[in-house]
Write a protein that binds this ligand. Structure first.
Ligand SMILES: Cc1ncc(COP(=O)(O)O)c(C=O)c1O
Length: 312
């Protein structure tokens, strides 16, 4: 993303419109470039509040970030019309999915630039955040080093993939992270070095079987759906045809209910997390916090035994 912003030649000190729900790293990349942040509101389904956006004074705004939250595609036509009218760039964040075809376009290739993060979707990858440059730009002069793979990382990944049960015992030992903290990872320093994806991962990315991902995720989704509905939670998104979402997202009744679900997941070695970890520098409002506290996210690239489709 950092590199993409350079290519777009975004004016320093201009404003970027970011959704009010966004992770710390995705904000830091803009502030590190001395850009100003203005947050736009989202409705319950993580779509922009369009009437608020339309009424926004876009003077000194240079771009808007469109996020396909959790891998459920946004209405990109609305975003394209908006950016065209306001004469600003569209930056597309597809970090929660893969470049799938959706309504005759490919996710990540709709905005002026797009990013994705296949390493989040496909467990086996070692590295892999990608930038899609979707406007005419000569890129052949750029020389990048490969992401350096360490032996330790390769061994760790192999163990993780081949000894899933043992890895899961190790992963869920001790206390669970404080998922109910809105700024959980905000203090971590993130450096944004641009590298080529390592060759091993690149080969794996080429071989990703999208159809298999769609089917696999649908199966897990349906199992989680039973769990969610049996436990008084509401799904936030509908599973549309041929999409590859990262999480099943549900709304609980309140914070106490959320904690109970996190605890249950940790105890039963099922990943259930909060998202996002907000950037501490921009404290969220009380209203947003109480909305956020009711979201729980269940990754779809894990096992979810059918027996858990009951009331806990
Ligand atoms: C919406 C969104 N965009 C971007 C990122 C950053 O992706 P990466 O971890 O590949 O840098 C994240 C990471 O959590 C994210 O959730």
């Amino acid at each position: 993303m950092s590199y993409g912003l350079d290519l777009l030649k975004i004016r320093e000190n201009s404003k970027i419109l970011l959704p009010e729900i966004i992770c710390d790293v995705a904000v830091k990349v803009f502030t590190k470039k001395n850009l100003k942040i203005q947050f736009y509101k989202l409705n319950k389904n993580f779509e922009p509040n369009w009437s608020q956006l339309e009424n926004l004074n876009c003077k000194n705004v240079s771009a808007i970030l469109m996020v396909h939250f959790f891998g459920y595609p946004q209405n990109f036509t609305k975003f394209l019309n908006f950016t065209k009218r306001k004469k600003i760039f569209l930056i597309e964040d597809n970090c929660h999915s893969l470049p799938i075809k959706y309504r005759n376009r490919v996710l990540g290739k709709i905005g002026d630039i797009g990013i994705d993060s296949p390493r989040k979707i496909i467990n086996e990858l070692y590295s892999g955040g990608r930038l899609f440059v979707n406007f005419n730009q000569k890129l052949n002069k750029i020389k990048l080093d490969y992401f350096e793979l360490k032996k330790k990382d390769i061994i760790k990944k192999k163990l993780k993939e081949n000894f899933k049960t043992i890895y899961s015992i190790y992963k869920f030992k001790g206390n669970r992270p404080n998922f109910e903290s809105p700024y959980l990872y905000s203090d971590q320093d993130n450096d944004f070095k641009v590298k080529k994806i390592d060759k091993k991962s690149l080969n794996m990315i080429k071989k990703i079987n999208f159809k298999h991902e769609v089917i696999q995720r649908k199966n897990i989704y349906l199992k989680i759906d039973r769990f969610v509905k049996s436990n008084n939670m509401k799904p936030i998104f509908k599973l549309k045809k041929n999409i590859i979402p990262m999480y099943y997202v549900a709304q609980t009744r309140n914070l106490k209910h959320t904690k109970k679900i996190f605890d249950w997941g940790w105890k039963n070695k099922i990943q259930i997390v909060s998202w996002p970890s907000f950037y501490k520098k921009f404290k969220i409002s009380k209203e947003l916090k109480s909305r956020w506290e009711k979201y729980i996210c269940i990754p779809l690239n894990q096992q979810f035994p059918k027996k858990y489709g009951k009331r806990i």
